[in-house]
Every structure is written in C-alpha cells, then in structure tokens.
Design a protein around this ligand. Structure first.
Ligand code: HEM
Length: 498
C-alpha cells in the first residue's frame, strides 16, 4: 500500500516531471492532490511509458507497514530513485487499486488480506433491489393481515409449500384443513371456497415473496463473498442481514402458529388472531433487515465515491462541526420512528385502531380515564404467585402488561409516540434551515418533513374511518418511507473520512 508519508518526499520531482511530460488533465489532478496534501485522495497519473488513459492511483490513509518496500523507501530523498520506486510501486499495487476504483475483474490473489477498499457497485445495486423487495413484502404483509388472510395456510413446509393447490380436490382439501382452526370456526363460518381461494392466495404470495427474498439475498451474497467483491465491513453486514432474513422466515411461521392455537376456542370472548408480540417482532425484524440492506447499499455507493474522490465539495459542508447537533439528532429521530412503528404493530396486532375513533380526543378526553389505561384486568393472570413484597398486598402485579396488551393504552401510546416523533422532526427541520447544507441533504430534510406530515395525516384518517384496508396499508407503507427518509439523512450527514 502506498503511504502518503512516502509520497510527500517524492512530490516535488514528480511535479516537475509531470509539468514537463504529462497531459494537462493528469497534471491538474496531480497538482490538486499536491495542494490538498491529504491522505486517502486519489489522483490521476499517466504511466510514463504507457499510451493508455491516465489511471487512478490510490494514496492510502494508513502509514506504510514496516518491513515493506514502502517503509524501506519512507523518507527517501534520493529523488531519481524515488520516481523509479514510485512507478514500480504503481505497477505492483496497480491491480489492487484498479480493482477498487474501476471494479475490474477481481481475484483473491490480487487483493490484500484486508480485501478491497471499496465494494463493487453491483453489490450496492443488489442491496438496494433487496431493500425495495423488503419494502414491497412489508406492504403485502400488511394487506394480508388487513384482509384476514394470514391464517389461511395452516402448515409450513419450505419446499412443498411452494406448490399451490391446482385441482378442485386440492382446494377442497386445503379448505377442509382451514376449517379445523379457530379463525374459520369463530369468524369465517360462512366463507365460500372462492373467498378462501383469495385469502389463500394472499398468504401464499407473501410466503413465496419471502422465499424469493431469501434466495435472491443468500445466493448473491455467497457469490460476492467468493469473488471478493465486498469490503470486510460490508461483507460482515451482508451476512448479518442474511441471518436476519432466515430468522424472519422462522419468525413468520412462529407468528402464524400463535393464531392457530386451539385453546382460543375455549374462551368465548377470545379473538383468533396472531400474538401482538410476535407481530411486532416480525415487523421489527423486517424493518431491521430493510435498514441493513438500504444503509449498507448507500455505504457501498459512498465507498466508491470516496475512492473516486467525488465528494470533496460535499465533504467540506457535511464534515463541519456546526452540523454535529443535526447529525446526532437525526440518529435520535430514526430511533423514534422505529419505536413509533413498533408501537403501531401493537395497535394493529390488538385491533386497537377500532377503539376510540376520534382525534385528538379519546372518548371526549385528552387522556382516557386512568382505570381504562391502567386496568388490573390486564395484570398478571396469577398475581398471588408473585413474591414482590415492595407492592401493596391488594395491588396486582404485572400492571406493565397494560402497555402492551391493553388496547386503550396501546392506542394512546401510539398517538403519543407518533406526535412526539412528528414534533421532533419539525424541530429538527426548523433548526436545520439555519445550517449551510448540501442540496441533497436539504432536499432529504424536506422529504422527511413532508413524509412525517403525510404519515400523521394517514394515521388520523385510518383511525377516523375505523381502519379501512386501503388507508391502513398506505399508512404501513408510509412508516417505511419515513424510515427511509430518515436513514438517507443519517447517511448523508455521516462524516466523510479525509
Ligand atoms: C410518525 C408517525 C407514525 C408512524 C411511524 C406510524 C406507524 C405505524 C405502523 C408501522 C403501524 C402498523 C401497521 C401494521 O402493522 O399493519 C401503525 C398502525 C396504526 N397507526 Fe400509526 N404511525 C404513525 C402515526 C399515527 C397516528 C398519528 C395515528 C392516529 C392518531 C396512527 C394510527 C394508527 C392506527 C389506527 C394503526 C392500526 C392500523 C391497523 O390496524 O392496521 N398512527 N402505525
């Protein structure tokens, strides 16, 4: 690797050599390098005996490791040799640098042990396409839940489950299986075979889409790893995401199983639906996988831009310390959006949106009565088993369950979190207007503000109309769009390494 400490002593003779011989474009880039005198900058440089296009040479941030040719030449001022050594170095390191900057054919033997400095752009495109696919499946999953289709397939088989019923007998057999479970017996008793085909198709489509995401993520990940097209950091993130994708498949079935539980039949008041905890975990994992894919995709594009030195004007604005408060608060906003979305999954899981269909008041009050919000009915089912002596004897334990199981409290929490998120986004947006920011960052801030407004409006409309499928599905898509805007902003505000 070239260490900039080594380049410095050679700069003067190279500059005069370049002045005399090199084409003006190559020289101007070289002199701009010299002026900035920065590590991790790339500069064009014409090989003296080559007629080819100027090629990109990398100057790395790290000092030359001891014992290498570089460290042997470090501090060398014997100028004629210096140039020769530099050119030799360009030959020996050229392959690796080209591979980074142009994405030329890689081979593991031309790379350093640490892998390439920038992942291939194709990795970025693939991650973005995967993120789009996850966005789609989240919306499809929402519609599947809203059309009460999620419990229509009562078995899970990775391979055999891919084949949908074809003949009328197959359909009848599937319908008969469905009839054994609480959802049919309690809610869908008058369902026809044609209606069953629709809900079956929704759930089958969701599962097939999930399989496709698994396949189109894991196979390319293995290929790119084999080819060495990813940096170490990107590779480890990609494999964590692959793990999340597999986990999500298992979690999906674990969630569906909770809605097929036969004990639901024992309690006359019980509603056959999946556990809100498992639904929230399923949505949360989808959001995490999406975040990983999208953010890593953006990082790959940035790695390439940094390697090509395409970010300098952007860097000077974004790296300013005046931007630090904005940088930090956008992290907070992203967390807030994530937790608001999770609380929304609890609203959806408990059908809590059907309750209190007014806004901003809930049952004519800003805050529902405390006995509704904090009801002993949702406390631990066996309070006497508790050993918590810090509580009064007549006070049931596990009152915290109200936060996650009481539909009134869950809806109230979602409203409060949503309005907090909206207010925080508005404050950050207004604050950012005073800052000199690159245009892309400013536009993303506009988008974030607009999406937050749209999302709150959609949420209110969903509530006022008692959760119609179309509005609720768009509200779900809105939450992931809002997260996307905030992740984009987080990425744009990330300091660029100098
Ligand atoms: C930052 C703002 C908001 C975000 C990020 C957000 C996010 C979400 C998410 C992710 C869901 C789950 C959807 C599903 O699993 O199908 C949800 C559901 C819901 N949200 Fe919001 N929400 C926001 C604001 C609001 C507001 C202001 C209201 C109304 C006051 C609201 C009312 C609802 C309702 C009623 C549901 C249940 C819909 C259903 O059953 O499918 N949301 N929200």
């Amino acid at each position: 690797m070239l260490g900039h400490t080594w380049i410095q002593p050679c700069a003067r003779p190279l500059r005069s050599w370049a002045l005399a011989r090199a084409p003006s474009r190559a020289y101007s880039r070289w002199s701009s390098y010299n002026a900035r005198s920065q590590a991790l900058r790339l500069t064009s440089f014409q090989h003296p005996w080559s007629r080819s296009e100027p090629r990109v040479l990398g100057a790395m941030t790290s000092p030359a490791p001891s014992g290498t040719l570089l460290s042997a030449t470090h501090g060398l001022r014997a100028q004629p040799f210096c140039l020769v050594r530099r050119l030799l170095q360009s030959q020996t390191t050229g392959a690796a640098v080209d591979q980074v900057s142009t994405g030329g054919e890689s081979s593991s033997n031309s790379q350093s042990a640490a892998g390439p400095q920038a992942s291939r752009k194709v990795v970025g495109y693939w991650l973005m396409a995967s993120a789009v696919s996850v966005f789609g499946i989240v919306v499809w999953g929402g519609v599947t839940r809203l059309t009460e289709s999620g419990l229509s397939i009562v078995e899970w088989n990775l391979i055999r489950g891919m084949k949908p019923p074809r003949s009328e007998e197959d359909w009848e057999a599937e319908f008969t299986k469905y009839k054994q479970f609480p959802e049919y017996q309690k809610i869908h008793r008058d369902m026809t075979l044609e209606q069953f085909k629709f809900i079956y198709f929704m759930e089958w489509g969701h599962r097939m889409w999930g399989r496709m995401i698994g396949l189109t993520f894991i196979l390319p990940a293995a290929y790119f790893t084999y080819k060495g097209w990813m940096t170490k950091a990107v590779k480890s993130r990609v494999w964590i995401i692959a793990g999340l994708v597999c986990f999500q498949g298992a979690l999906g079935w674990y969630m569906v199983k909770s809605g097929l539980d036969h004990t639901l039949m024992d309690d006359p008041g019980a509603v056959p639906r999946v556990s809100q905890y498992r639904l929230a975990a399923h949505l949360g994992t989808a959001f995490l996988a999406y975040t990983g894919m999208y953010f890593t995709g953006l990082s790959v594009f940035r790695e390439n831009n940094v390697a090509r030195n395409r970010l300098s004007s952007f860097t000077s604005l974004v790296n300013r310390s005046a931007v630090n408060p904005l940088r930090h608060s956008v992290h907070g906003l992203t967390m807030l959006i994530f937790f608001t979305a999770l609380s929304g999954a609890f609203v959806a899981g408990l059908d809590a949106g059907m309750l209190y269909d007014t806004f901003p008041l809930m049952g004519g009050r800003w805050v529902p009565p405390s006995e509704d919000l904090w009801s002993p009915a949702f406390a631990d089912p066996h309070p006497t088993a508790s050993t918590n002596t810090a509580l009064p004897a007549d006070m049931p334990t596990g009152m915290w369950r109200n936060l996650l199981e009481n539909p009134t409290t869950v809806q109230f929490n979602h409203r409060v979190l949503a309005m907090t998120t909206f207010t925080a986004i508005s404050i950050v947006y207004l604050y950012s207007r005073r800052l000199p920011l690159p245009r892309s960052t400013r536009n993303t801030l506009h988008a974030l503000m607009a999406l937050a407004t749209a999302q709150v409006t959609l949420g209110i409309l969903t509530l006022l109309n008692s959760v119609p499928t179309d509005l609720a599905a768009v509200h779900q898509a809105g939450s992931i769009s809002l997260l996307t805007a905030s992740l984009t902003l987080m990425h744009l505000l990330k300091k660029v390494p100098k």
